[in-house]
Write a protein that binds this ligand. Sequence first.
Ligand code: CA
Length: 225
Amino acid sequence: MRILIIEDEAKISNALQRALIDKMYSVDIAINGEDGIFYAQTNDYDLIILDILLPDINGMLVCKKIRKSKITTPILMLTALDSVDNKIKGLDEGADDYITKPFDLGELLARVRSLIRRNSDQKTSIIEIGELFMDTSERKVRRLDKEIKLSAKEFALLEYFVMHQNKVLTREMISEHVWDMNFDPQSNVIDSFVRFLRQKIDKDFKKPYIHTLRNVGYKFSIYEL
Ligand code: CA
């Protein structure tokens, strides 16, 4: 899952970025509203964290402009202004949720998870599909009764697959959601990670869940293609 943070205060954005990367998200940071709008228009994010007080454009207007360009990515507003008016205004401009600064990191992460889930078919942090069990908040994975240890990237990749099961996923879609801006599209990193993931979740079992679609990409499905 890939998240955009639009916030000029480096102390806050860096702390957020660290916490989110630790939870397996890919993160980009925009330090002003103009860049934020541009990033939101050029990349397909799963969530946008947007501060209201920015050096150029007010966050409310950033939100409005993002929504105007038909981007439906969930937006979580950060606000130091603990007034009812601002909250109402933010939600009216198309934000999905807000959190007041200073915020508790644990609460923010819970809201991030909930907003991302709201946008997918998955409604809780526990995912059970076929023989696969995944706890996205505790970072645990099992297939049947075998505990599976995944690296951070493998976990993020599996989560993306599972959240979009039965859909064709191109390498471009995978890189957009699981990697960040520093991803090199020429590399075969995605294929390598899919191979690692297969070794762990498919190899010792009867039915493969990760399917290759030649020249197209991949599909996660508990059914045969
Ligand atoms: Ca700010």
